[in-house]
Design a protein around this ligand. Structure first.
Ligand code: F6P
Length: 550
């Protein structure tokens, strides 16, 4: 890194920050004017990476804005931190860990060292182990305890050990082996496991227990209940070895749980949970789509890794998206960012990004532990676009908040749809394009009047427009394209964390709730006294106990 991050001046005292503040203060342009005065805007404000075409022309930026944002990126040494990450330096300072999810998709011959050890051979050894296992399950060679073929795969995990594989399984359903059933259990609410297994034959069911630490209470509780469910049906402890495998960094805990270490697929502490679905955590996905498709997905990730590493600032897609978020969050007071995929297959995409972005950048102290004087990560939200149009788009169009949004769509529907269903794709995409247009350009009061609308109604039917969107288009939603999309957002989040000078790779904010839940649980189960409980929580606990007994 050229500039020591910890010595860096406070972000808001940088001259580049002040220049952006001045620029913002003078900002009056409407997207209508920006397009009217610049016929080349739509063509110029496009960046391509791999199969993705990213149109950022409908953002509240000019060439000057982009130049100022890039100067801020230079001043905050975003690319220096990026290079340190790719080199395997321990940039997760509070946990003293390297951040090397990029090594998970590195080619076999690459050399990436952590503490003097090349980690790439280990990555490929686990990929080979996963491929072998996935092939055996898919072919029926791996059977359950009774000799029956595995027909159901249940992934038990939470957070990064659930959202990634669950999201990617949905995204790539068209590539999955449809003769297998996949379920994803995460919630410690027993209803989740109950609904996942109630119609399954235990003799045909494989549980994949996914947990980086193998101490996460939700996962261990569900895995224990799953084992009981299995053993009640099969009646033999030996069945566990054929029906349970583990994905973890913690071999000792896996063994203690009773899973054969031979059935453990390893990853390492330099893979963050929310960055882990292209590690062993993706085993359920690999069984679903097969090792070759999984490799295509990893290759997709790598395309964007290489781009992020090598593309110049002005054509660097993750840098650009990250800086646009900084522009809106820090200079327009935008509190949230909507991700709106126009693809049913991406129904879990935004939920996945919520963890990626909000667990990474939901921080309020900088890397030195000082309170930040600037906004950090936004609230990320959204659902597939057409559904959202009939729910919350009203607020984006005519509400009082600025909500930058990403619109994501594909030129072609998946092959297996009938011709009639394929024909619906144009309508789906017409909606995406129409929304981008309506959000940007709106409808003026004069345009409303020209339609003969009564004057009293005009304010209600006027759309002020000027709502920024970025449109990401690709030909098809393939495994490679999914990998490209995820890597794009991973690096976008990285860029923002670097600018804000926060540690994007720890997650201390989730710890307190875990500790308190453990403390309160005995009060719920046994009525035990919990010393120091506040009066509100004590009353809630008492009410709960009363109601539960009735
Ligand atoms: O919610 C906190 C967290 O640590 C996430 O970062 C992680 O993805 C999740 O819990 C699950 O952790 P594990 O994979 O160790 O069970």
């Amino acid at each position: 890194m050229s500039d020591s991050v910890s010595d860096s001046p406070k972000l808001t005292r940088r001259p580049q920050w002040a220049a952006l503040e001045d620029h913002r203060a003078e900002w009056h342009a409407h997207l209508r004017d920006l397009f009217a005065s610049d016929s080349g805007r739509a063509e110029r404000y496009v960046v391509r990476v791999g199969d993705l075409r990213i149109d950022y022309s409908k953002n509240l930026v000019t060439d000057e804005t982009l130049a100022l944002l890039q100067e801020l990126a230079t001043a905050t040494d975003v690319f220096g931190l990026r290079d340190a990450m790719f080199r395997g330096e321990k940039i997760n300072i509070t946990e003293d860990r390297a951040v090397l999810h990029t090594a998970l998709r590195a080619p076999a011959g690459a050399v990436i060292e952590v503490d003097g050890e090349n980690v790439v051979p280990k990555v490929h050894a686990v990929l080979d182990q996963m491929s072998d296992f996935a092939r055996r399950v898919r072919s029926g060679e791996w059977t359950g305890h009774t000799g029956k073929r595995i027909r159901n795969v249940v992934n038990i995990g939470i957070g990064g050990s659930d959202l990634g594989p669950a999201m990617a399984y949905e995204a790539l359903r068209a590539y999955t082996d449809r003769s297998l059933t996949f379920r994803f259990v995460s919630n410690v609410d027993g209803a989740d496991l109950h609904e996942a297994v109630r119609d399954l034959d235990p003799a045909e069911t494989l549980f994949i227990v996914a947990s980086k630490t193998f101490t996460t209470i939700e996962t261990i509780t569900n895995a224990t209940s799953a084992r009981t469910w299995l053993l009640e049906a099969l009646g033999d402890e030996k069945a566990v070895a054929r029906h349970f495998v583990a994905l973890s960094t913690n071999g000792q805990k896996v063994t203690e749980f009773g899973i054969d270490p031979d059935n453990m697929f390893e990853f390492w502490d330099w893979v963050g949970g929310r960055y882990s679905y292209d590690s062993a955590i993706g085993l359920s996905l690999m069984i679903a789509i097969g090792p070759d498709r999984f490799q295509e997905m990893l290759d997709g990730f790598r395309i964007v890794d290489e781009h992020f590493r090598n593309a110049p600032a002005e054509a660097n897609a993750p840098l650009l998206l990250g800086l646009l978020g900084v522009w809106y969050g820090n200079f327009f007071d935008a509190q949230s960012h909507a991700v709106l995929p126009y693809s049913h297959y991406l129904s879990k995409f935004t939920a996945y990004l919520q963890q990626l972005d909000m667990e990474s950048n939901g921080k309020s102290v900088d890397r030195d532990g000082h309170p930040v004087q600037w906004q950090t990560g936004p609230v990320v939200w959204g659902t597939p676009g057409t559904n959202g149009q009939h729910a919350y788009y009203q607020l984006i169009h005519q509400g009082t908040k600025l909500i930058p949004a990403d619109l994501i769509g594909f030129a072609r529907p998946v092959d297996e749809l009938s011709d009639e269903l394929k024909a619906q794709h144009d309508l789906l995409m017409a909606n995406l394009f129409a929304q981008g247009q309506a959000l940007a350009f709106g409808k003026t009061a004069d345009e409303v009047r020209a339609e003969g609308v009564a004057e009293a109604q005009v304010p209600h039917r006027t759309f002020k427009g000027n709502h920024p969107t970025t449109t990401i288009l690709a030909k098809d939603l393939t495994p490679s394209v999914l990998g490209q999309l995820i890597a794009l957002y991973e690096h976008k989040v990285f860029v923002q964390g670097a600018v804000w000078n926060i540690d994007s790779f720890d997650q201390w904010g989730v710890e307190l709730g875990k500790v308190l839940a453990k403390r309160v649980e005995p009060a719920l189960t046994e009525g035990a006294d919990v010393p120091g409980l506040d009066s509100s929580t004590a009353a809630l606990v008492a009410t709960y106990r009363e109601l539960k007994e009735v």
